[in-house]
Design a protein. Structure first.
Length: 206
């Protein structure tokens, strides 16, 4: 059985273009992978913990090779439980709208919670960071209102969206990444046609 974690970074639900395109990918993948198990994660309703000083202290204890105790052990166990849901998946599907050139803050909060030493990455003082995830695949749907790869930057926006996601996934050990872009969603003469073509491209990518 293949487990896919579907992370819906848009808070717009059925009105979201990124989710609609990701849904087209998922429908095609399900048709080809009958044993696919889908776990949907909505960071807007997931009640994610604040990455506060106590959690930061727990992280640095692990970084230093120590063992968390007391309240730090409790919050670290909470972080491990959330990260385990991500680690246990074989594949990832992200639906990500561009917010101010980057990713929605709830997705960033989720990443800040799960991207921890000993869980998603390690650090070798001689060679740098290395990922702990092995044999994973990610598909990322990117949408944006004005920005597109064909539009001049920075006049129509700067792509910190895909650059951040690629760098983060790579640091965690995920290098098999498929990008699906529905950009721009607003500055286009054929919005409906672009939308349909993006969904068709998503289905083909599956």
């Amino acid at each position: 059985m293949t487990k896919l974690l579907y992370i819906q970074a848009s808070p717009r639900g059925a009105a979201s273009g990124s989710i609609a395109v990701a849904d087209a990918y998922l429908a095609a993948l399900k048709a080809k992978t009958p044993d696919l198990e889908v776990d949907v994660l909505d960071p807007w309703t997931a009640n994610l913990p604040e990455f506060d000083g106590n959690r930061a202290a727990a992280k640095y204890t692990v970084f230093g090779g120590g063992t968390n105790e007391g309240s730090q052990a409790t919050v670290w166990d909470e972080i491990v439980a959330i990260a385990d849901r991500f680690i246990s998946a074989d594949r990832y599907l992200f639906a990500i709208p561009m917010w101010n050139g980057g990713i929605p803050y709830k997705l960033k909060q989720y990443i800040d919670v799960i991207h921890q030493p000993g869980l998603l990455f390690g650090l070798d003082p001689a060679t740098g960071y290395f990922g702990l995830l092995k044999d994973k695949q990610a598909t990322v749907v990117y949408t944006s209102g004005a920005f597109a790869q064909s539009m001049p930057s920075p006049a129509y926006g700067i792509d910190h969206q895909s650059s951040y996601m690629t760098a983060w996934l790579n640091q965690a050990g995920v290098t098999d990444i498929t990008e699906i872009r529905y950009q721009p969603t607003i500055l286009t003469a054929d919005g409906e046609g672009d939308f349909e073509r993006a969904k068709a491209a998503a289905a083909a990518a599956a």
